[in-house]
Design a protein around this ligand. Structure first.
Ligand code: PLP
Length: 439
């Protein structure tokens, strides 16, 4: 594909650079301008078509331009865009009822926010208020958002440019599985080692600890999952001390992991979490997030804790239509079936590629970890080269991991088998091209 030559696009890029931060629109060498989408496909300003294997940023949960969501949003927009979170909202109540019932948390209450960051900030506010402590346990390699509070607890310094956190954070093992001091352990040994680490960290804490927060599958961290049951084992230790468990389901919710509706359910033996946060996919691109907690925890805040735009009529109407479509069409089942096929296909491609260290994942959340050819050395350069080559081939994918060397594949949950095969074929060529360029 030729470099962007369209003068309108070049002018837009210049205008962008003149008024917006340098660190935005840096994903591709030549920034993309997506103008429209349908299903799993999007088009750029020059009319080029791409298969979207990143679903926005896991935000397009069902499909681009899903007619049911578009209709719900435009009908609501025609009535009223925003009234106030001070008043009752029929769509907000209906959506909260659906989410509370799905959450698995008994006596659940739902609070809507406008993003995952705000959801996690609220969860941390609830936990620290309820427990009267500002100490939090987080996992190494975790990511929970970009406010002072959520970025402050993030377990990776490259995503956390400031250390001025209002919270005191203690980090435990349990995030990255395939690298680090516990990499050689069996599943059972890994769980035991992480639990011992948690006990050790809690033993050194300064008095009461409020909560442990964890992504069931680390998202930005490179789609890494602990063995099933780890968080349940953690839960037992937490329960001995009354410490709350917050599950960050911003990436893992709504059936994306295939076998479960929520990521925490892979660790369900010890019962549901105390607090669950969500965002991204629920709005299918609308700015929607939220927190679920049992009433006792949620109601420890007072009536001044509002969110001006959280749970607005338009976002809740769109999210309700999106969630209804997801459940009625069993997209969790589709994520399990098509995700399983895609994972197997990518693992067989990887077996013949000296730049792939590991292909891992659950459902439609698949990570491809890249290394310098034939070594164990993380290669962000090869990841960037694969990203560019895939784009040339008409495929959009994500990138992440502690060293920026993991390709992240998380398409809308309506992905078909034919699309999975087409995307895998483009990725196979992109891997070969990137490898050839290094030799
Ligand atoms: N939590 C997780 C697990 C995330 O991956 C993200 C964003 O990538 C966030 C929280 C923050 O969400 P947002 O970008 O909507 O604020």
């Amino acid at each position: 594909m030729a470099a962007m030559t369209d003068p309108t696009h070049s002018a837009l890029l210049a205008r962008h650079r003149a008024v917006m931060p340098d660190w935005l629109a840096t994903y591709y060498r030549e920034p993309l301008e997506i103008t429209h989408g349908e299903g799993r496909r999007v088009w750029d300003a020059e009319g080029r078509e791409y298969l979207d294997f990143f679903g926005g940023i896991l935000t397009t949960m069902t499909a681009h331009a899903l007619p049911e969501v578009t209709k719900a949003v435009s009908e609501q927009a025609g009535r009223i865009l925003h009234s106030s979170t001070l008043y009752l909202s029929r769509t907000a109540v209906e959506l909260a009822e659906r989410i509370a019932a799905l959450s698995g948390i008994p006596d659940a209450r739902v609070f809507f926010t406008t993003s995952g960051t705000e959801a996690n900030d609220t969860a941390l506010l609830l936990a620290t208020t309820f427990r009267r402590s500002n100490q939090i346990v987080a996992l190494r390699n975790s990511y929970h958002g970009r406010s002072f509070t959520s970025i402050g607890i993030t377990g990776n310094s490259s995503w956390s440019p400031t250390s001025l956190s209002p919270l005191q954070t203690l980090y435990v093992h349990g995030g990255i599985r395939s690298r680090g001091p516990f990499a050689h352990l069996t599943d059972a040994q890994f769980v035991a080692a992480c639990v011992e680490d948690l006990r050790d960290v809690l033993g050194q804490a300064n008095g009461t600890v409020a909560a442990l927060i964890a992504e069931p599958v680390q998202g930005v961290g490179g789609f890494t999952s602990p063995p099933d049951g780890l968080l349940a084992a953690f839960r037992e230790v937490l329960a001995e001390r009354g410490i709350l468990w917050i599950t960050d389901e911003v990436q893992t919710g709504w059936g994306r992991t295939g076998d479960h509706f929520w990521g925490w359910q892979a660790h369900a033996q010890a019962g549901p979490p105390d607090i669950l946060t969500f965002a991204k996919g629920i709005g299918n691109g609308l700015s929607m997030g939220g927190v679920v907690a049992r009433a006792e925890v949620m109601n420890c805040l007072d009536a001044n804790s509002l969110s001006t735009f959280g749970g607005s009529p338009v976002t809740t109407a769109g999210a309700l239509a999106n969630l209804t479509y997801l459940v009625d069409h069993d997209l969790q089942g589709n994520a399990r079936r098509v995700g399983g096929l895609l994972l197997a296909r990518l693992q067989s491609i990887a077996a013949a590629s000296p730049v792939v260290r590991e292909v891992r994942g659950r459902g439609l959340m698949i990570g491809v970890e890249l290394v310098e050819p034939g070594t164990d050395e993380p290669s962000p350069a090869i990841a960037t080269a694969v990203l560019e080559a895939a784009r040339e081939g008409g495929l959009l994918i994500g990138k992440g991991g502690r060293a920026g060397n993991v390709l992240r594949i998380a398409p809308p949950l309506t992905l078909t088998v034919a699309e999975a095969e087409r995307g895998a074929a483009v990725l196979q060529s992109a891997l070969s091209e990137a490898h050839a360029a290094t030799t």
